[in-house]
Design a protein around this ligand. Structure first.
Ligand SMILES: C[S@@+](CC[C@H](N)C(=O)[O-])C[C@H]1O[C@@H](n2cnc3c(N)ncnc32)[C@H](O)[C@@H]1O
Length: 273
């Protein structure tokens, strides 16, 4: 049982959630000077916990203006492969978050391709099935896979044969493809150099699928300039917002369940139903 602290927007906060909100607010505040005049790129506010379908947020965003999208869909097929995905009694508990089928992910992929600047990047979090079947190529038919990174969670998880300890992210680039040529609109800076195996343990978990803030921050710093906007249309714990704010970048993103506090409330209601 986690301690409940004072409510935010009517939602009770756990200790981890409260720490998350404070850290995010501090980071944004300390970097305000860099970003006094945000570009009007979307009908949704920047640096906010938008509660909306990611496809609507992407559709409302201007074309060719985003250097980096970090994308971590709630892969529906994962449950299907694990045989928890049929409409049986077990699904209720397993499928806590709204699941996304391939059609929906492909539709988001098309919008992501549209909003990326020339030479802009997508960092796509992949599970094992996406990785080995090459399914991610269908999400971004007009982008080129250019590199990947394995995230070592530093802790052993579940698994029937081998037990999971890592997750993968693949980087796709919009044409013109290249890393550091002066003519590119988006350049991958040499420093800091990111190794393709990255060890980072998450200690303050507020979402079942939370991704490492440190790795995402290193990627944001390599690809974007201070004040530029990073997009995450399926934000979960909003780890990308925290990473963007930690290095003076802006954030545009949403989760269909809303803020982490609203998500926690949703899960609580599911459990008690
Ligand atoms: C894999 S999690 C993302 C985790 C996130 N990368 C993090 O670090 O915490 C996917 C999230 O997508 C949300 N989601 C599912 N369908 C969505 C949709 N159509 N639009 C926006 N969010 C959606 C789920 O509620 C879930 O929180």
């Amino acid at each position: 049982m986690v301690e409940t602290l004072e409510p935010l927007n009517g939602m009770p906060l756990t200790a981890n959630l409260k720490a998350h909100y404070e850290r995010t607010a501090d980071l944004l505040h300390s970097n305000r000077g860099l970003v006094a005049h945000p570009p009007l790129i979307s009908q949704y506010p920047l640096d906010a916990y938008n509660k909306v379908d990611g496809l609507s947020l992407l559709r409302s965003t201007m074309s060719a203006c985003i250097p980096l999208v970090i994308f971590d869909p709630q892969y529906r097929h994962n449950l299907d492969h694990l045989k928890y995905g049929n409409e049986g009694a077990r699904q209720k508990g397993r499928a806590k978050y709204p699941q996304q089928g391939n059609e929906e992910i492909v539709a988001m992929g098309a919008q992501i391709e549209r909003i990326l600047m020339p030479s802009g990047y997508v960092m796509l979090w992949c599970d094992m099935y996406i990785h080995v079947t090459g399914a991610s190529l269908k999400f971004f038919p007009n982008l080129t896979p250019v590199c990947d990174v394995i995230w070592d969670k530093g802790a052993i998880g579940m698994g029937y044969r081998t037990r999971r300890r890592c997750e993968r992210a693949v980087f796709f680039q919009k044409p013109p493809i290249g890393a550091r040529a002066a003519k590119l609109a988006v350049r991958w800076k040499t420093q800091p150099t990111i190794p393709d195996v990255w060890l980072e343990k998450i200690t303050d978990k507020i979402h079942a699928h939370q991704k490492p803030q440190g790795l995402q921050q290193a990627v944001i710093e390599a690809i974007t300039e201070p004040g530029q906007v990073v997009v995450d249309p399926v934000a979960g714990s909003f780890s990308v917002m925290a990473a963007a704010h930690a290095c003076g970048r802006r954030f545009l993103g949403c989760d269909i369940l809303g803020s982490p506090a609203e998500q926690a409330e949703h899960l609580k209601q599911l459990e008690s139903a």
